[in-house]
Design a protein around this ligand. Structure first.
Ligand code: F6P
Length: 321
């Protein structure tokens, strides 16, 4: 029987983690459960950084980016002996089930905990990279897209004033989901993602064709997984003999008040995670597909691949002419 659940937010933070924490805590307490928060991610689990959580612990956080439980990217958790210490800490705290909120690294950690202990574990996908399969969207992605969009709309003003080419680098780790969504919705002239090989020669040819059509300013959105904006800028300005400026958006994409979209996803997935545990379900990742909440076995998620929507890529190309 589940009386006490624990909650942890390992790995990179994402805007929307706090609304998810709020949903898990409040839904659990509403159903008579106790909640313990694990601070500093899996590292905190090894060190026993475990706190009691109540309704008050999560008031005033629905609009805050980041995670009130703090996080650390922990390599120590990869060592079995450290995990055994972590499991002892969970036992000492009488934890009956675990909710893990985070990206692909935290999903792998959640799956290992589920395999090595008899603890029921539910994972809630939160990452600005949106690179986790078995869910159309991860918590924080919509907010990161809107943050980047807001920046690029501002950059477009100065790009068109100075008739310059701007190369804007966005996060996304090895994947291009963030760059594609930002590029499409920003009306970027060129989108460079790791999933679609494009030579810098092709990039220069496209820009030259634009200039010949009278397009004196352009925005190129590049995923960090494709390459460095500064390197691309050197090649483009040498080849086209035009002014090229670079903007690396960096960590602003990880913060900020979560959008309605990220909050809604966080609230419904947070509540569903607890209701699954109450029903005796376990070792699944909750997600959203075709507007419906889904729960997928860890093994299936870890075996699955997420594909880039090349339909969006081709649409962006057609609309950028
Ligand atoms: O996974 C989220 C993310 O922001 C990636 O987009 C980026 O590559 C990475 O984390 C940065 O990692 P760190 O927070 O360790 O600098």
């Amino acid at each position: 029987m589940i009386r006490t659940i624990a909650l942890v937010t390992p790995g990179g933070d994402a805007p929307g983690m706090n609304p998810a924490i709020r949903a898990v805590v409040r839904y659990a307490i509403f159903h008579g459960l106790k909640v313990k928060g694990i601070e500093h991610g899996f590292e905190g689990l090894i060190h026993g950084d475990i706190i009691e959580m109540g309704l008050k612990s999560v008031s005033g956080i629905i609009n805050r980016g980041g995670t009130i439980l703090k996080t650390i990217r922990s390599r120590d958790f990869e060592k079995k002996r450290n995990r055994l210490i972590a499991y002892e800490n969970l036992k000492r705290e009488h934890v009956d089930a675990l909710v893990v909120i985070g990206g692909d690294g935290s999903l792998r950690g959640a799956s290992v905990i589920a395999k090595e202990t008899s603890l029921p574990v539910i994972h809630i996908p939160a990452s600005i990279d949106n690179d986790i399969p078995c869910t159309e969207e991860t918590i924080g992605f919509d907010t990161a897209v809107n943050t980047a969009l807001d920046a690029i709309d501002k950059i477009r003003d100065t790009a068109s004033s100075h008739e310059r080419i701007f190369i804007v680098e966005v996060m996304g780790r090895e994947a291009g989901y963030l760059a594609l969504e930002v590029g499409l919705t920003a009306g970027a002239e060129i989108i460079l993602i790791p999933e679609h090989k494009m030579s810098l020669g092709e990039v220069c040819k496209k820009l030259r064709e634009g200039i010949n059509r009278g397009k004196m300013s352009s925005i190129i959105v590049v995923a960090e997984g494709f390459g460095k904006a500064s390197d691309i800028a050197k090649v483009v300005s040498r080849s086209l003999k035009v002014e090229v400026r670079v903007s690396v958006l960096g960590y602003i994409q990880r913060g900020g008040a979560p959008t309605a979209g990220s909050r809604r996803l966080a609230l419904v997935l947070g509540a569903r995670a607890v209701s699954l545990l109450l029903k005796g379900d376990k070792n699944k990742m909750v997600g959203m597909e075709e507007g419906k909440i889904v729960a997928t076995d860890f093994d299936k998620v870890l075996r699955s691949r997420k594909n880039i929507d090349f339909g969006d890529y081709r649409l962006a190309e057609k609309l950028s002419k």
